[in-house]
Design a protein around this ligand. Sequence first.
Ligand SMILES: O=C1O[C@H](COP(=O)(O)O)[C@@H](O)[C@H](O)[C@H]1O
Length: 250
Amino acid sequence: MTPTPPPGLSVVIHRDKELLAHAAAARLVTALADAQAAGGAASVVLTGGRNGNGLLAALAASPARDAVDWGRLDVWWGDERFLPHGHQDRNDTQARAALLDAVPLDPERVHPMPASDGRFGDDPEAAAAGYAEELAAAAGPFDVLLLGVGPDTHVASLFPGHAATGVRDRTVVAVREAPKPPPTRLSLTLPVINSAREVWLLAACEDKAEAVGTALGPEGRASGAPAAAVAAERTLWLLDEAAAARLPGA
Ligand SMILES: O=C1O[C@H](COP(=O)(O)O)[C@@H](O)[C@H](O)[C@H]1O
């Protein structure tokens, strides 16, 4: 029997990763346009990784993208690889290439996490504190926060069993010795992630099936999977069939 999901959590399964990217992009256009209609501005927190960048590329290719008023969108990041500005492995470099450079954003509303050659120098703790200050100065909860799910169940740069994953007293944390390169990263913490109005977790392809099965399986949070600890007002898992293959009842 398939267990009943906790309140606020839902799972949508698409045929394959391309359809997932296009459907998630369409969903994001609607969510941001709705938030702007209701409140004037909207905010989104971007993720790195294959599925997050796939969504942004699908959005760039969609004629519906202009339903978003890009000049009234605040863009934040959920995590960043702590590398020099413009490095090709930085999540913000990849997001700019996939979408951001192609839409008329207000540069003042784009909030990349600091780079290792930026104003805090090569000091990730100072950079995390600086981003936390920037966040604190912003109004209101995020409208949509995107998370890619790693094959080890990590989200943002919160890895299973890693000290940063347990941090509850800050909004942004420096991550050292991450198991996935590069080892030094910055990440939002779980309390701020869970304070978003909506969090969407994206996972596609076979290599994510075990992680998805663990996070959404009977053990849930007790599994220690960071992805299982994500619980916002609305938590939406957006999967393809391959990533959903080990869900309970699949
Ligand atoms: O390193 C990272 O990995 C995850 C997942 O990436 P994927 O390529 O396995 O989908 C991503 O969510 C995170 O933002 C990123 O820094």
